[in-house]
Design a binder for this molecule. Structure first.
Ligand code: ZN
Ligand code: ZN
Length: 264
């Protein structure tokens, strides 16, 4: 199986990963060393190791709820495609899912299809134009590793912990654009499966990076919103190119640009 150079992943370039290199090591090499050193010092100085619970993650009560099948939001027979920045669906509120039916399972399947087609490792439903709180990911990025597939419905962050790390991320809604993003290295999550059953997960390393990137999508937050000026400067032209392309394709449709929320 060959992969093109446009192997965009939630985090870094998969070609390197496929060449047998540990993606975390690879990413550390690519990410800003100065920034990571700063973080290391800050991590050391954090008196109380453990949770970096910002207290702002659980706003579940404010999410809109979809009381019917997800079929109310998506035609099960219509093909889906990945929306690109600055499509407004990427900023729209995402609904809590309450009906766990075949349409939801089919949506997850289609999301995996889109993800693998574009050589990604994670996808959030709003990226497929469906504003519900569901994400799919597979840290291997490989369809032939179905055992690594994860579907999380209505995920919630219980807390984040571990040292903060800088990592060069990409996003399927921002083809060819990469930039350093700082995030905690561990996250404890509560979520539901496609059967509606709740469970807890402790996620760390690469999957924690993917999860947090996709969780941001469910909050209407994009990875560019978390970049510092230096990282943004590196992709400014690309962002403007995408904005112009969107304005040409959908003239008159309002959209939001980067809105800084800071590091996670
Ligand atoms: Zn393969
Ligand atoms: Zn993304």
């Amino acid at each position: 199986m060959t992969h093109t150079m446009s192997t965009l992943t939630t985090t870094g370039r998969k070609r390197q990963q496929r060449n047998g290199r540990n993606v975390a090591v690879h990413a550390k090499g690519r990410a800003s060393r100065a920034l990571q050193e700063l973080l290391n010092r800050k991590n050391e100085n954090d008196a109380a190791p453990g949770d970096n619970d910002d207290g702002d993650e659980d706003t579940s009560s404010s999410y809109p709820t979809l009381t019917t099948s997800v079929s109310a939001l998506v035609d099960p027979d219509a093909p889906l495609s990945i929306l690109q920045y600055p499509h407004p669906a990427l900023r729209a509120p995402n609904h809590t899912v309450t009906v766990f039916d075949d349409v939801l399972a089919a949506l997850a399947d289609k999301m995996f299809d889109l993800m693998y087609e574009d050589d990604g490792v994670g996808l959030a439903a709003p990226q497929a134009g469906v504003n519900v709180r569901m994400m799919t990911y597979n840290e291997t990025g490989e369809r032939d590793h179905p055992e690594d597939q994860v579907v999380l419905v209505n995920p919630r962050i219980i807390n984040t912990s571990g040292p903060k790390t800088v990592f060069e991320e990409g996003c399927l809604s921002f083809p060819q654009l990469y930039g350093d993003v700082v995030r905690p290295s561990r996250v404890r999550v509560k979520a539901q499966g496609l059967d509606g059953k709740s469970f807890y997960m402790n996620i760390d390393k690469f999957p924690a990076r993917i999860f947090q990137h996709e969780f941001d999508h469910l909050q209407g937050v994009l990875f560019v919103d978390r970049m510092d000026d230096a990282a943004l400067d590196g992709i400014r032209e690309g962002l403007e190119g995408q904005e112009q392309a969107f304005a040409r394709a959908q003239p008159g449709v309002a959209y939001e640009r980067v809105k800084k929320v800071g590091a996670a």
